[in-house]
Design a protein around this ligand. Structure first.
Ligand code: FE
Length: 163
């Protein structure tokens, strides 16, 4: 090996390592008033989420807990607004699609934008999560009102209402 090659070796090794640094994962979400926007996913360790969220919110959003029915701040709310993910701010539901379900949890017959949600099978139910931070929101059932016949049954504490 020439002297010049020896000198360049550390640089070459750095360049190789760099290829293995994962690029931030991105998702396209709908943002009211802006259309589709591309954002980085919000990825944190369990310890970081514990720091970021209150204990109850952590239990519900990161450990798929369920709040007590009729206990949530938005259960009875019947006004306008955009309900955002309490962990990352993604717009998830609109007051226009909320209905009185008598279940004890905020209920919507459709999401603000389907792209902003992640759904996955959870036993015999379908779990609903935020696409950007993968925080647990609730479940979706097929006993909702027209026009969709769906009932997104969402923990109030996983939402922040913005007007
Ligand atoms: Fe989120």
């Amino acid at each position: 090996m020439t002297r010049r090659a020896w000198l360049l070796l550390p640089l070459a090794s750095c360049a190789r390592r760099e290829q293995f640094v994962a690029a931030p994962e991105r998702v396209s979400i709908a943002e009211p008033g802006q259309g589709m926007v591309t954002v980085e996913k919000v990825i944190k360790t369990k310890a970081e989420w514990r720091q970021a969220l209150s204990p109850t919110r952590y239990w519900i959003m990161r450990e798929a807990g369920t709040e007590q029915p009729f206990s949530g701040e938005y259960n009875q709310y019947d006004g306008p607004g955009v309900f955002r993910c309490a962990a990352c701010g993604t717009a998830l539901f609109s007051g226009d699609h909320k209905f009185a379900s008598s279940s004890g949890w905020p209920s919507f017959w459709q999401p603000l934008a389907p792209q902003n949600l992640l759904k996955r099978q959870d036993g015999d139910r379908i779990e609903v999560l935020c696409i950007r931070c993968e925080g647990h929101l609730g479940h979706v059932f097929d006993d909702g009102p027209p026009p969709t016949g769906l009932r997104y049954c969402i923990n109030s504490i996983a939402l922040n209402l913005t007007k």
